[in-house]
Write a protein that binds this ligand. Structure first.
Ligand code: BES
Ligand code: MN
Ligand code: ZN
Length: 492
């Protein structure tokens, strides 16, 4: 697991700060104006570099030597335009800045918070900074390791108490996000269903109740979706059931995660030329659920949270399920498996049915479910589906403040008939070759027993091929901070 830097606040004068690098925020366009001169003079540098192309765009950096100062150097950090300044701009700017200096500097300080000392802005800046210092490097003999250990925010004295609290929360959220990112990025030979369970046991604090259903128990309990998907793999499936029970909970929710540790498509094999390496992260939803449970107690979330983590590997082995097989999932619904690559909805059927049996106030599932979702709305956003306007509104608000964009897509009732099967209660593919992400949502809706429910399709943002702002290369852990904010009444 990654070691995130520690966060500090100080009211010390800049000239007292003994750090390797000082980060100074600059708004867009200000490099030629008085803003930069003021910023530079404040840090003891008088020369405005006239020959630079630095314009202060979000994440843009300019490194300057700082002779005669306690800090080895000054890095100007572009913040983008002042008139559109948002928390996400700060998160991104800090992510880029820290990513750029984290291999050289052990300690940095920043005046960033002074640009906007309100609590949420500082929190976003700190989230960006911590995530910028993260990278998945468990298997690399790294000539340039991350050396950064300490990040200090210089704040006005009136802001210190609030700042400490914001930094503490930022650290818990960012840390949980890196837990999810690590799980997604871990190579699939090292992380099958059994290994995910073992890793979760190591990560989870003692106050989380853990129950693991193996293949025998899954058979006894009628979880035919997990069993069918796992048939083609030498690795058995697991259902990891988590429970966080605070004293006097104000609500009860259930969160269900798709945990396909590798998705070849099964007999409906994915095209070998497609970027199948990404499918090591087809347990991105499961990773988010596990990561959430590492943070709930520390944040003192007053909500009872159930987690259903549906783990299987989708391989085309000799016992693999065939297109046209009929299986029975938890609760007795029969499913005609028309395409073995639509496997996520099969394992989620078991998980959602089990979640609904507890009759929680709300069910949220999170899954790398369909390639159609990023085709429709792009790779940066999560597609959200819901049968409940209030829940939808809450999740959209949380996603906005977390800087994890979501876009609402429809559950057209008219398209439900495309899931009608000739031989079973329902089929998993859907005729008509349209609205693929919606068809996934309509399939899942069959198993939630009419309870308030939202489905988050993270097939776009769970992954990226190169680091961007605060988000790392490969697994991003997107979804963790949104769901933590949703669960925390202090963030409401
Ligand atoms: N895990 C994939 C979806 C996916 C694709 C996630 C790309 C992330 C990036 C899922 O199991 C899948 O294969 N879905 C099929 C569904 C289809 C067969 C109905 C798809 O999207 O093509
Ligand atoms: Mn698939
Ligand atoms: Zn899949």
């Amino acid at each position: 697991m990654a070691n995130l830097p520690s966060l500090h606040v100080t009211t010390d004068a800049l000239s007292e700060l003994d750090v390797d690098a000082l980060l100074v925020p600059v708004f867009r366009g200000a490099i030629e104006g008085p803003g930069t001169e003021t910023a530079l003079r404040a840090v003891g540098l008088s020369d405005v570099p006239r020959d630079t192309s630095f314009r202060g765009k979000v994440g843009e950096l300019l490194h300057l030597a700082a002779p005669g100062q306690p800090w080895g150097r000054v890095t100007l950090v572009g913040l983008g335009r002042l008139d559109t300044l948002s928390d996400e701009q700060l998160r991104r700017a800090m992510g880029s800045a820290i990513r750029a200096v984290a291999t050289d500097a052990r300690t940095i300080a920043t005046t960033l918070a002074q640009t906007n000392p309100s609590g949420e802005a500082l929190r976003a800046a700190a989230e960006g900074a911590l995530l910028g210092a993260y990278r998945y490097d468990a298997h690399r003999t790294d000539p340039r390791p991350i050396r950064l250990t300490d990040i200090t925010f210089v704040v006005p004295s009136a802001a210190v108490a609030g700042a400490r609290e914001q930094l503490a929360r930022a650290r818990i959220h960012a840390r949980a996000q890196t837990v999810a990112a690590d799980l997604v990025s871990t190579p699939p030979n090292l992380l099958g269903p059994v290994e995910v369970v073992a890793t979760a046991r190591e990560l989870l604090p003692d106050d989380i109740e853990v129950d693991v259903w193996d293949e025998d128990r899954l058979a006894e309990e009628g979880c035919g979706g997990l069993l069918a998907v796992a048939c083609g793999s030498a690795r058995p499936p697991r259902l990891l059931r988590l429970l966080y029970r605070p004293p006097d909970p104000v609500a009860r929710v259930s969160i269900v995660g798709k945990g396909i540790t590798f998705d070849t498509g099964g007999i409906s094999l994915k095209r070998p030329s497609s970027a199948m390496n990404e499918m090591k992260g087809d347990m991105g939803g499961a990773a988010v659920v596990i990561a959430l449970f590492t943070a709930l107690a520390e944040l003192q979330i007053p909500v009872e949270v159930h987690g259903e983590v549906c783990l299987a590997e989708n391989m085309p082995g000799a016992d693999a399920q065939r297109p046209s097989d009929v299986i029975t999932v938890r609760g007795g619904t029969t499913v005609e498996v028309m395409n073995t690559d639509a496997e996520g909805r099969l394992v989620l059927a078991d998980g959602l049915a089990l979640a609904a049996e507890e009759a929680p106030d709300a069910i949220v599932d999170i899954a790398t479910l369909t390639g159609a979702a990023p085709r429709a709305i792009g790779k940066r956003a999560t597609a959200i589906f819901s049968n409940d306007d209030d829940l939808l509104r809450q999740l959209l608000a949380a996603s906005h403040s977390a800087g994890e964009p979501m876009w609402h897509l429809p559950l057209w009732d008219d398209l439900r008939e495309n899931l009608d099967s000739d031989v079973a209660d329902i089929e998993n593919l859907g005729r008509g070759d349209e609205a693929g992400a919606t068809m996934g949502g309509l399939f899942l809706r069959e198993f939630i027993d009419g309870l308030p429910w939202a489905h988050l399709d993270i097939a776009g943002p769970f992954w990226q091929d190169t680091a961007r702002y605060h988000l790392p290369c490969h697994g991003t852990g997107v979804g963790v901070r949104t769901l933590l904010r949703w669960l925390d009444p202090r963030d409401g």
